[in-house]
Design a protein around this ligand. Structure first.
Ligand code: UDP
Length: 390
């Protein structure tokens, strides 16, 4: 009988789905195609209004209202407040969340989303027994306290600082450990050498390729950053701009490219071959998204962080800077300055930066996590403790 594993996630940004798919596919690879029946459940979509609109609102909120986002983040940036907010979310959505439990019988739950984790756990815990539960933290460093629920069986985190925050929330040391952030096994395999990747993508071989990404949803001032870079008129550079799911952004970028007659820019919507793009590039300009940083580390691609979601991604910037893996250049003008400076330094210095960025990579994380989730699915259900607090 295949094991039924339910992945709790939400399409808020691209990282949660990417993490769930990475773990799911690693389990299939390691334990066989018939080993598991996997379901990815977008928890927000099952909640009542306005939470059920979160996957649609999220890119807008993050792009247009960083102040509101940062206030919301700070409100939840204390273990106590995060627990209170989670309890309230559960109360307001109890029936809908319990419906998820009935609809998706599971031998194990793997939760890859911070905010929905505790309320969903409460729903599973409201039945006489519950499946073993593994939380996989997909923020890197300044992880929101929503992630940490003392009731879960195992919490897997990407960095030592994320682990310390979990201990601060009362998780027992035996229930939390550092694995790294999961990246899809195919990511490593598709990282070819640079010339092959450039040929496949039809990118020039004789220019410095600057890859520009803004998360799965194309968030933040990508257009303004491209304009600032074009304004610099750097010689021998090609810009590969990935707009993700943001169709409006792609249209605006295409209009600017046409207006400038910029043949050294290529733009893309949501791409499914990110490893090829990273393999082909020399420099990555990105917001400080955890998955993109982790992938760039595996690809050995030096990073220029053009911005960070306040609070939540601040620690990611620190991680990159402290490890000499890249630079923080908040705002389009600063990005243009740093790209220009890096190109002026020449390829030897860029190669050194690539070496440093590789040092923060943990390419085996996805396998460690897959093994842990599989082990959980092979354990018996856990008797619920109804009054236990997160
Ligand atoms: N991504 C992708 N195609 C795109 C844009 C992004 O596959 O066109 C992936 C990217 O490789 C990464 C994820 O989406 O795995 C973005 O995650 P990140 O944590 O960097 O940012 P988020 O979108 O979650 O804010």
């Amino acid at each position: 009988m295949p094991k039924r594993i339910v992945f709790l996630m939400s399409d808020t940004g691209g990282g949660h789905r990417a993490a769930a798919e990475a773990i799911r596919d690693a389990i299939f690879e390691r334990y066989g195609p018939d080993s598991m029946h996997a379901e990815l459940v977008d928890v927000y979509k099952h909640m009542s209004f306005p939470a059920n609109k979160m996957p649609e609102f999220y890119p807008w909120i993050v792009s247009n209202s960083t102040f509101a986002w940062s206030v919301a983040y700070r409100l939840g940036d204390s273990p106590k407040r995060a627990r209170l907010a989670s309890r309230l979310t559960y109360r307001l959505n109890r029936a809908n969340l319990r419906a998820i439990v009935r609809k998706h019988p599971a031998d194990a739950v793997c939760c890859v989303h911070s905010v929905v984790g505790q309320p969903a756990f409460s729903a599973f815990n409201s039945f006489p027994t519950r499946p073993p539960w593994v939380t996989v933290v997909t923020d890197l460093v300044t992880t929101p306290y929503f992630w940490y629920d003392r009731r879960v069986d195992l919490c897997l985190v990407p960095t030592e600082e994320a682990l310390q925050r979990g201990l601060q929330c009362g998780l027992k040391p035996q229930n939390i450990r550092v694995t790294g952030l999961p990246v899809h096994p195919n990511f490593m395999r598709r990282l070819t050498d640079k010339p092959s990747a450039r040929t496949a993508l039809n990118l020039p071989h004789d220019r410095t390729v600057v890859l520009m990404v803004a998360g799965g949803d194309g968030m933040g001032p990508l257009l303004e950053t491209l304009i600032a870079l074009l304004d610099k008129r750097l010689p021998n550079v090609h810009y590969a701009v990935i707009c993700g799911r943001n169709k409006a952004l792609k249209e605006k970028i295409d209009a600017v490219v046409e207006q400038w007659g910029a043949t050294h820019v290529s733009s893309y919507g949501f791409v499914t071959n990110m490893p090829q793009f990273m393999a082909a590039s020399d420099i990555l300009v990105t917001k400080a998204g955890p998955s993109t940083i982790t992938e760039a580390a595996i690809a050995g691609l030096p990073l220029i962080l053009s911005g960070a979601i306040p609070g939540q991604e601040d620690g990611n910037v620190r991680l990159v800077i402290e490890n000499n893996a890249g630079a923080f250049a908040p705002g389009p003008a600063k990005v243009a300055e740093v790209v220009s400076a890096w190109i002026a330094e020449g390829p030897a210095v860029l190669a050194k930066r690539a070496e440093s960025v590789r040092r923060i990579a943990r390419p085996n994380a996805v396998w460690d996590i897959a093994d842990a989730v599989w082990a959980a699915a092979n354990r018996p259900p856990v008797p619920s403790v109804p009054r236990a607090r997160p």
